[in-house]
Design a protein around this ligand. Structure first.
Ligand code: SF4
Length: 62
């Protein structure tokens, strides 16, 4: 499932922005393996977040 409203408002894209991508974001919830789709703590119900995606809410893992 995807959260279309959040994807639009946060300008989610399925490609990285430079070296910024979901796998290096503190909000990412990884899938079974590092290459699998996962979730995002602020994208409720979205189970298809790409580890190599990106959105404007990106924040580095501290
Ligand atoms: Fe990816 Fe954005 Fe979620 Fe970070 S906040 S994991 S960049 S969708």
């Amino acid at each position: 499932a995807t959260n279309a409203a959040m994807r639009t408002s946060m300008k989610y894209q399925d490609k990285p922005l430079g070296d910024k991508h979901c796998a290096t974001c503190m909000q990412f919830v990884p899938g079974k393996t590092p290459k699998d789709l996962g979730g995002c703590k602020i994208f409720a119900g979205d189970t298809e977040i790409s580890p190599t995606g990106y959105c404007v809410a990106w924040a580095a893992i501290p």
